[in-house]
Write a protein that binds this ligand. Structure first.
Ligand code: MUC
Ligand code: MG
Length: 367
């Protein structure tokens, strides 16, 4: 049960088409596979997707943080000492993707060691989640076509629409076209990635008032303190804090300040240990939460669904579990399947998935 080594392996897999949103664009998944080894010969795995434009981490910085900062702190601990590991890693303020991958790889190793799925160790509420698909910037026609294809092929009926372009009416036209073409049965919500001002956000929300939106996410920067508070107070749907709530304490600050009324939980950002803290806060404070997507690979998605399915609150809403569909390939031996709009948790100990050694050899960028 003792951790003997932690590896960080950079790899790059191209996307079939780039995903564009207000704070950036991704055309290649430049992620880091983290492997935690134990003295019993068990290997736990997790994925770190760096988001330079959001949290300042890069592929190289994740490799350095894992191998130089966090590995020395966790080697020698036992897999069950997760709070010890969290306390040690928490001394460093930043590096959320690096910390989270170490945390989740330890949970995977623990599950494999005790012969139980991580989702059951976390909470075991259900074994599945409805899927929400994220639509990146494009013309209204292209985004409607994409949504129709995803709905027909995978049965997905919930869409997160990226907004935050200027002028804001570009995005309002997209959301209106989606509602008109997809009908009232689909769930739609919007994510601005801080791209609009508070005033334009309020205008856009007024103009979309008849479109039955489920949520609004991070429409303007949380650092526009009074503007954001003013916006959130007049918003008639839950307002999700995403990149403004990187830690559990950030989440409390945003909620208590009245600058958010719901939370996005991303295992890529808060791992399993800290995502559980965020979840318990959301539950205790009585706010909704959505399992978010940090533009995850299949391994990242496995982590999101394992966590989201573990709790009643997170399983209630569709989780953002389909971004990997746009990747040209992946590292897992068995690809994930979304059927009738649902993704199930992989059975088996730990996260229940394995890395294909040939694919890792092909895509790793350190040799
Ligand atoms: C989201 O919810 O913002 C875009 C950047 C990132 O880190 O996650 C995505 C989706
Ligand atoms: Mg977001």
């Amino acid at each position: 049960m003792k951790i003997t080594a932690v590896e960080a392996i950079p790899y790059a897999i191209p996307y079939r088409k780039p995903l564009r949103f207000a704070s950036g664009e991704v055309s290649t998944a430049e992620h880091v596979l983290v492997r935690v080894h134990t003295d019993d010969g068990v290997v736990g795995i997790a994925d770190a997707p760096p988001r330079p434009f959001t949290y300042g981490e890069t592929q190289r910085s994740v490799v350095a943080a894992v191998t130089e900062l966090f590995a020395p702190q966790v080697v020698g601990t036992r897999l069950v000492e997760r709070e010890q590991v969290d306390a040690r890693m928490s001394r460093t303020v930043g590096n959320p993707a690096a910390k989270s991958a170490v945390d989740m790889a330890i949970w995977d190793a623990l599950g494999r060691t005790v012969g139980l799925p991580v989702t059951e160790l976390l909470g075991g509420f259900t074994d599945r989640m409805r899927v929400s698909h994220m639509l990146g910037f494009d013309s209204p026609e292209a985004m409607v076509t994409e949504a129709q294809r995803v709905r027909q092929t995978y049965g997905i009926g919930t869409f997160k629409v990226k907004v935050g372009r200027n002028p804001y009416r570009l995005d309002v036209a997209v959301v209106r076209a989606l509602r008109e073409h997809l009908g009232d049965d689909v769930e739609l919500y919007v994510d601005g990635n801080r791209g609009w001002s508070a005033a334009d956000s309020a205008r856009a929300m007024r103009e979309m008032a008849d479109l039955g939106l489920l949520f609004a996410e991070e429409l303007c920067p949380a650092d526009d303190v009074l503007g954001r508070h003013w916006l959130v107070q007049q918003c008639d749907v839950p307002f999700i804090a995403d990149e403004s709530a990187v830690t559990p304490a950030d989440a409390v600050r945003e909620l208590l300040a009245g600058s958010a009324t719901a939370l996005s939980i991303k295992t890529a950002r808060t791992g399993f240990t800290r995502s559980a803290r965020v979840h318990h806060l959301a539950e205790s404070l009585g706010v909704e939460s959505v399992m978010g997507n940090q533009i995850d690979s299949q391994l990242g998605t496995v982590c999101t669904v394992a966590f989201g399915a573990a709790f009643r609150l997170t399983a209630a809403r569709a989780g953002e579990l389909s971004n990997f569909l746009d990747m040209s390939d992946d590292l897992l031996t068995e690809p994930l399947q979304i059927r009738e709009g649902v993704l199930t948790v992989r059975p088996g100990p730990g996260l229940g998935v394995e890395i294909d050694p040939d694919k890792l050899q092909r895509y790793r960028s350190d040799r």
